[in-house]
Write a protein that binds this ligand. Sequence first.
Ligand SMILES: [Zn+2]
Length: 511
Amino acid sequence: MYKPILGIEVHVQLKTKSKMFCSCPNDPDERYPNLLICPTCFGHPGVLPVINQEAVRKVIKTGLALNCQIPEHSKFERKNYFYPDLPKGYQISQLYQPLCKDGYLEIEGKKIRIREVHLEEDTGKLVHPEGTDYSLVDFNRAGIPLMELVTEPDINSAKEAREFAEELHLIMHYLDVSDADMEKGEMRVEVNVSLSKKEGKPAPYRTEGSGAGLGTKVEIKNLNSFRSVERAIEYEIKRQTEILDRGEKIIQETRGWDDIRGTTVSQREKEEAHDYRYFPEPDLPPLHHLKEFIKEIKAEIPELPQQRRERLKREYELDEKMVAETSSHLPPRSASRSSAIEIFVYNKALGEYFEKVVSEFEPNLPREKLFKLIKLATNYLITDLQGLLKGASVTGDDFLITPENFAQFITLIYEGRISSKIAKMVLGEMFKTGADPSHIIEEKGLIQITDEAEIEKIVKEVISKNQKAVKDYELGKANAFQYLIGQIMAKTRGKANPQIVKDILSKTLTP
Ligand SMILES: [Zn+2]
């Protein structure tokens, strides 16, 4: 058995108006190729790049959210290499003085160290039309601000790697620095996988192929979903274990993930590190971050996912184990994370709506009653309402239920004025029209029947019309009782209070 040593590198396209060093629009959705280009992002002679301040702010903001140090000075380097999608023949990046360094992100109580977060520019894109023997190049993406984050090799399982990537994704949404859509390539994850002996020191990172094969790093690319991050690592750990068990050596290389076959495939062997001939970017001034500037960015950081988790638990005593039945509306995360708290943290808008609903409950309610209402509201939000929304957001224009009406709806259920069956109908109607729940039940005559005399009358009627079922009941057939209840509920169109029906029916049948 070996211990997996994993490090992650993440590239994220930042959400800014313009590109990193010119005023071309940063629009990843532009469908027409080579429309968003200019002499600057092509590096034509005589042009000068200008640093996009918004991109710098967004990287620093991310760094601060990830507990990084923000050094006072930072600068850009040229990374030289030739590739058809790199119009300038070099990429402006950061090597020696990144914007952020030495941070961490906590996953399930474990600190994953972040070595650095730096800023660079994206390359263009090669397009390979099917059935042709040529490739096309689209430079719209060239020069889009790209944030690169590198972790220390602190991750030890595929699940941990996936959770790290998911949490990072969530943080970027909270910070609004990127849409980070993995399918669109706005967030690209690469994983370094190596194995070390179970006990003892971890293998050194970034070794260029060690003798025993332990600690040799394999890099996996093309991971375009959280699921593929997890699957690719699982596969790679298994592949490397088998090689080592056979007494063979692991080759240091870059492998791609084939999502359909479920395997990693060798792309290129790395004999030695590339010589990128990094040198200081002569056209850009070094950056000096004033304390005021950092302070200003710090003040813009909102409540982060982990803080929100803790607050929701503390303030509303939400059960971490309460899991939504309709989890199909959730992102494909591990099942352990689809609790009410996770749903409200992941679906930020729904979480905020939940808090608004709670604030509509009467403030002077006894504590016990208030927490029962909160629990009921949570249930209806994460199951029935999510079901109606079908993935749409509560912030959308066509979402008509006000927090006040939702709170009233929950109170009606709590007070037993509507049954849970009727509640579904009422909620559906509220969702369709935005109407007030008490208007709906009044208008449609849906108030629950709790009057015992009225229910008794109906029970007697049903009994006299269903003598066969009564006989069956007397013979001990359990489903006869259920059948009679069904008849009574049907007669009241679902409005009778089921508990009272049950009590009266059993009293009447067993004198
Ligand atoms: Zn440009």
